[in-house]
Design a protein around this ligand. Structure first.
Ligand code: ATP
Ligand code: MG
Ligand code: MG
Length: 566
């Protein structure tokens, strides 16, 4: 985006960074390990890592782990069991997952750091701040702070002496206060028009084990205190974040000014939102823990793990991020824009195969019962890289149930009594009869195949072309598979706008499981979890890790055509 580049290229900024980093661009991607990363984070990574790559710089992966969660209180009683606590906490899972998914997305962090590794340094900065007369120990409760802020009044503890503040802050550190009894607050400007300048809290007391720091600390630095100082400590040249942090720029620079540190350039861009889904980790966490979806990697979620499981390639996600651009416009991006990039990539990269989702048996009456032959399919028809593969052909084939109708019509290219269609890569067939089940549904079709047909041999094939799977040997059914079809997770475009009732907007039909789909033997023999294929006419599918030998499970990543209509 123009404005980021303008900043990156401005002579003043370059001169400042020349002195600090030799002119190298240094960025950071700072996720909080409190959940799995989602496509919004893909945008953040595209901005943070992407800018470093573009300018030959480096990017840190910095875990923003200053917030040991209050709900972990139960573990405090087990101080001796730090190790097992770490095993029990999802924290380690989140840390590991983030590292893994960042690399899956194609980014390589220059260094992996943790805000918590700077706790001692941050504490020293806090002491320095007190000594500069710019911080005070406050005993107002949360509610009292709110109240005096509303009235534009200072905290009654604001004017304590430096000596007293130093002593009381040390008491806080030594655990002489209970939680909520004292905070360290920055002495900013309680009359400023920006509420983020109203003497923000720098440290609060939490008797919580920290996953990295253990029980070394009972005071923890706030985001406002930590983020800018970590950026300064790491010589971040460009600190890029989302727009909700714009109003915190003032406090960011206030602190760095008072402590007289190096100052990164801060620039904000809009958060990514996508239609018919939610992206905040708090909401994702509820969907997962309340079992509305099956885990953080449910293919209906736009978590990166969910997208991966659905069959989406990182290249598609990054291409999508490139297309939407890095702007400051708040907006909800239509989901079909992501699908467009998913299709573009899969079209070029996924081998084609034939499968049938809802099979209807067709007996080719002129093919002998013991007949067994193969025809050749093409993995990428019409392309040089295409490879041939074998499809068994025999007397019994299965077609898509929806490709047979009793009533023919002009714009219909499937089968009907007396009508012909082409079995893809094989022969034209003509319907000569059918039988019905007790409930009136079609149970079986009889047809004749034109085995003399040769592709390009002068005979005009019928217009309709069908996907099909044959019995690999007489009397032996094709390999069955489970196929999971997905629709949007939420019915309305902007579930975030629904307030507390967002969960009521869940689409009850977001997952449709089709049992008894049929696939060809070459697929059954070679498909591995996460492999991607195009099932001709049906869409792009990827192999779900739930697959077991003899029981493949596929996720439909996306249909072949954009179903989006204006
Ligand atoms: P969430 O509300 O989902 O928990 P967060 O901002 O608290 O989001 P972090 O893990 O702290 O999540 O975010 C790490 C980085 O990713 C931050 O720089 C943040 O601004 C960015 N980020 C998070 N969500 C989005 C989004 N939807 N679009 C763009 N960037 C995002
Ligand atoms: Mg955050
Ligand atoms: Mg968050």
């Amino acid at each position: 985006d123009g404005s980021v580049m303008r900043i990156a290229n401005s002579p003043a900024v370059l001169a400042q960074h020349m002195q600090r980093t030799g002119g190298k661009v240094v960025t950071r991607f700072p996720p909080e390990p409190n959940g799995y990363l989602h496509i919004g984070h893909a945008k953040a990574m595209f901005v943070d890592f992407g800018m470093a790559v573009q300018y030959g710089g480096v990017c840190y992966l910095r875990y923003d782990d200053t917030n040991p969660e209050a709900e972990k209180q139960e573990y405090i009683d087990h101080i001796a069991e730090i190790v097992s606590w770490m095993g029990l906490s999802p924290w380690k899972e989140y840390i590991d997952h983030i590292a893994e998914i960042v690399s899956w997305m194609g980014w390589s962090p220059w260094k992996v750091t943790y805000a918590s590794q700077y706790f001692a340094q941050l504490h020293a900065y806090a002491v320095q701040l007190i000594k500069a007369g710019k911080a005070f120990v406050c005993h107002q409760s949360k509610a009292e702070i709110e109240e005096s802020r509303e009235q534009g009044l200072p905290s009654p503890w604001r004017e304590r002496s430096i000596e007293e503040n130093l002593r009381l802050f040390e008491d806080m550190r030594r655990g002489l206060y209970k939680e909520g009894e004292a905070t360290l607050r920055m002495k900013m400007d309680h009359k400023n028009e920006n509420p983020n300048m109203w003497d923000s809290v720098a440290y609060r007391i939490k008797y919580v084990q920290h996953p990295m720091a253990g029980d070394e600390w009972c005071i923890y630095p706030s985001y406002d205190f930590t983020h800018c100082l970590c950026d300064a400590i790491e010589d971040i040249t460009h600190s890029l974040c989302t727009l909700e942090f714009e109003s915190r720029r003032a406090s960011y620079y206030w602190l760095l000014d008072v402590l007289d540190t190096y100052k990164p350039v801060v620039w904000e861009y809009s958060r990514l939102n996508i239609t018919n889904t939610v992206l905040s980790k708090r909401k994702l966490n509820r969907l997962v823990t309340e079992d509305h979806v099956h885990g953080w990697d449910d293919p209906r979620l736009l978590t990166l793990a969910g997208l991966r499981r659905r069959g989406v390639a990182p290249a598609s996600i990054n291409a999508f991020c490139r297309e939407i651009g890095i702007t400051r416009n708040a907006n909800v991006i239509p989901y079909h824009k992501l699908e467009h990039h998913v299709r573009l990539h899969l079209d070029v990269n996924s081998p084609r195969t034939l499968a049938v989702l809802r099979p209807l048996k067709v007996v080719l009456t002129n093919v002998p019962e013991q007949h067994s032959s193969t025809v050749q399919g093409a993995t990428l028809p019409g392309r040089l890289e295409s490879q041939a593969y074998d499809l068994p052909f025999s007397r019994v084939v299965y077609i898509e149930a929806s490709d047979f109708r009793l009533q023919d019509s002009k714009d219909y290219y499937g089968l009907a009594p007396g009508k012909s269609a082409m079995l893809r890569y094989a022969y034209p067939i003509t319907v000569i009869g059918y039988s019905t089940a007790a409930d009136g549904s079609i149970s079986e079709v009889a047809a004749e195949a034109d085995l003399s047909f040769v592709a390009g041999g002068g005979k005009k094939p019928p217009k309709g072309v069908l996907n099909w799977v044959a019995q690999p040997a007489p009397g032996q059914d094709p390999e069955h598979a489970e196929v999971r079809l997905y629709d949007v997770l939420f019915k309305s475009e902007a579930p975030d706008a629904l307030g507390d009732s967002w969960l009521e907007d869940l689409n009850p039909d977001s997952l449709q499981v089709v049992q008894g789909a049929m696939v060809n033997p070459h697929l059954a023999a070679t498909a591995k979890a996460f492999d991607r294929f195009q099932f001709e006419r049906l869409g792009y599918f990827s192999v779900d890790p739930d697959s077991k030998p003899g029981q493949l499970v596929f996720n439909r990543t996306v249909t072949l055509k954009d179903s989006f209509k204006k």
